[in-house]
Design a protein around this ligand. Structure first.
Ligand code: GDP
Ligand code: IMO
Ligand code: MG
Length: 424
């Protein structure tokens, strides 16, 4: 069976965890293909909430094999803690397969992420300070340590000695910090972590290819989102990986022709955590209302998310570059009380109208949204499960998205719970 990708079409936190969980009932394997524990994917089952960082959202289904692919950067301590935490809540993670080619987040990555942000001052990116950028930078510089290095003490120490020589110079001479010791890191990674991680290490590419061949259903779960993509996002206010559909191939080892559907997850409004341009941002009481009703605080870092109106220009770009075949619109219920709902259909910048994304970043920074106004439905949708029971104004909102984006909406979320959704 061809594979399915679930990915974010905005700046993250669209509800990818919930949509992945929803589709997992019919999947055999679920794969994380990029990012790391900067992600926070929430699934609410019978009132119980799970906020997953590194474990794929399919982990709650005993028959699904969870896979952490080669494109992910893994802080092994965080992975072990997460496995422990969900284990205590009755979730069995014994089938987890972890790619030996995935790069590891090391203690110096965390330190450099924090220090770089501090040194950038008002120009900081607002990262999650999880060491993600520095770990991917070392991967690109070919000095990263990979999960498989945990199984060979000699190689692990050799690589660590070389890389730490440079990192310690940076820490001491640029940031005035104390050097890190090879022995202390090796003791933790080889002594404590390696024996626990070793049984999970697998040839994930081989596994996925053989699953594909025998007809299994595979879901590739994106973290972050299209406009946080290192290549296609609002650079430099992005993450350091490729959450877009191409990243699902490089980060898992499945080829493009093995994927046949791409589900784009879009919130019924926009949010963004951290710095960067945001044309439809709301800084008024409607913005506050979206934060309150949508509980828009980071799953991971607790930061208040910035909020804004739905943006069809961004969605169009996301649909094109990801080959999105179907949309899932989440958090419709958050708009329930609004009298009027605005949807951005184009931008104006320097006297010009843009109905596609301006390719020059500084034009995008200056872009002013052009809105279409729709009447709100002003009633509670949280218990609606049939299309026919959706208020006509809500249906109009969904239809507008479908018409303008020329893409079908398959699901609409009406609450955080697993069952709070309408299949369209
Ligand atoms: P992800 O990172 O894309 O998986 O999204 P997050 O889990 O970080 O953020 C989405 C938040 O919205 C979580 O708290 C979800 O439980 C919640 N959520 C998901 N879908 C809906 C929905 O349709 N309505 C409401 N009210 N909340 C939702
Ligand atoms: P999920 O998967 C929202 C943002 C950070 C920051 C930028 C770079 O839950 O949607 P990083 O630590 O990755 O170097 O930070 O990216 N960011 C996210 N925003 N949801 C996420 O993940 C995010 N992961 C990173 O806030 O602006
Ligand atoms: Mg999230």
């Amino acid at each position: 069976m061809p594979a399915t990708v679930v990915l974010g079409t905005q700046w993250g936190d669209e509800g990818k965890g919930k949509v992945t969980d929803l589709l997992c009932g019919e999947m055999d394997a679920v794969v994380r293909y990029q990012g790391g524990h900067n992600a926070g994917h929430t699934i609410v089952v019978e009132g119980e909430s799970f906020a997953l960082q590194l474990l794929p959202s399919g982990v709650l289904y005993p028959d699904v094999t969870p896979v952490i692919g080669n494109g992910v950067v893994v802080d092994p301590s965080v992975l072990l803690a997460e496995i422990d935490a969900v284990g205590q809540r009755g979730v069995d993670t014994s089938k987890l397969k972890l790619s030996g080619a995935a790069h590891m987040i090391m203690p110096y990555h965390l330190e450099i992420d924090r220090l770089t942000e501090r040194y950038l001052g008002k120009n900081k990116l607002g990262t999650t300070k999880r060491g993600i950028g520095p770990a991917y930078a070392d991967k690109a510089s070919r000095i990263g340590l990979r999960i498989q290095d945990l199984t060979d003490e000699k190689i692990f120490r050799q690589k660590l000695e070389v890389v730490l020589k440079e990192k310690n110079q940076i820490l001491a001479k640029i940031y005035n910090r104390l050097p890190l010791s090879v022995d202390a890191i090796a003791a933790d990674y080889l002594g404590r972590i390696a024996p626990l991680i070793a049984p999970m290490i697998a040839d994930t590419v081989g596994f996925l290819q053989s699953e594909y061949k025998r007809g299994s259903k595979i879901l590739l779960e994106g973290a972050q989102a299209t406009f946080l993509d290192l290549d296609h996002g609002t650079y430099p206010f992005v993450t350091s990986s490729n959450p877009t559909a191409g990243g699902a191939c490089t980060g898992s080892g499945l080829g493009p022709r093995q994927i046949d559907s791409v589900v784009g997850v879009a919130k019924a409004y926009l949010t963004r955590v951290g710095s960067g341009p945001f044309p439809t941002e709301l800084t008024d009481e409607i913005g506050d209302l979206l934060v309150d009703r949508g509980r828009e605080y980071g799953t991971n870092t607790g930061r208040r998310r910035r909020t804004g109106w739905f943006d069809l220009v961004l969605l169009g770009q996301a649909i094109r570059i990801n080959s999105i075949s179907e949309l899932a619109i989440t958090k419709l219920d958050v708009l329930d009380t609004l009298e009027t709902i605005k949807v951005c259909v184009a931008y104006e910048a320097d006297g010009e109208v843009f109905d596609t994304l301006p390719h020059h970043q500084s034009v995008f920074h200056r872009a002013k949204p052009i809105y279409l106004e729709l009447p709100g439905w002003q009633c509670d949708t949280t218990s609606v499960s049939e299309v026919a029971d959706l208020p006509s104004e809500a249906r109009r909102f969904i239809e507008l998205i479908e018409e303008r984006s020329e893409t079908r909406v398959g699901f609409v979320g009406t609450g955080p719970g697993r069952d709070q959704l309408v299949r369209m």
